[in-house]
Design a protein around this ligand. Structure first.
Ligand code: ZN
Length: 150
């Protein structure tokens, strides 16, 4: 578990400092805004979906390091995936951060997401890590309203 914890710190710091796809996708086919009142994290997720494939994804917003890093990593893993694959990844990510799924047993399928296993040790942070994903799912559902984790 030690290695994964070090990697977690490293990934959070790195993606917080140099977030990937930190931009508005324009034009976008889907977008949504998410808000986590517990921490004050706000995020906008933009998607360009064509033929059921996520061709482009970006995010903007402000929040804690974990919410930003989780959003950044999310954009890198869902880009190029089908909508269904993105939904499946969301379910896995949710199980991972709530402790329902073991990171080591599922390392291969979780890929980069596995490092977020560290979040389960900090229950208040679970919502920070999940915010981008909830916002993504809302965007895919075309719910163009503010999503709250509460
Ligand atoms: Zn947060």
């Amino acid at each position: 578990m030690e290695d994964l914890r070090d990697l977690y710190q490293e990934v959070i710091l790195d993606h917080n400092k140099n977030p990937k796809n930190f931009r508005k996708v324009d034009p976008s086919s889907h977008s949504s805004e998410g808000y986590n009142p517990l921490c004050g994290d706000r995020i906008n997720v933009y998607l360009q979906v064509k033929d059921d494939k996520i061709q482009d994804v970006g995010f903007e917003g402000s929040g804690c390091a974990i919410s930003k890093a989780a959003a950044s990593v999310m954009t890198t893993v869902i880009k190029g995936k089908s909508v269904e694959e993105a939904r499946t990844l969301f379910k896995k990510f949710q199980k991972l951060i709530t402790g329902e799924m073991d990171a080591f047993e599922h390392m291969a399928e979780l890929g980069k997401l596995a490092v977020f296993a560290g979040v389960r040790e900090f229950p208040v942070r679970v919502k920070c890590a999940a915010l981008a994903w909830h916002t993504l799912i809302a965007a895919l559902e075309k719910e163009n309203e503010v999503v709250s984790t509460e």
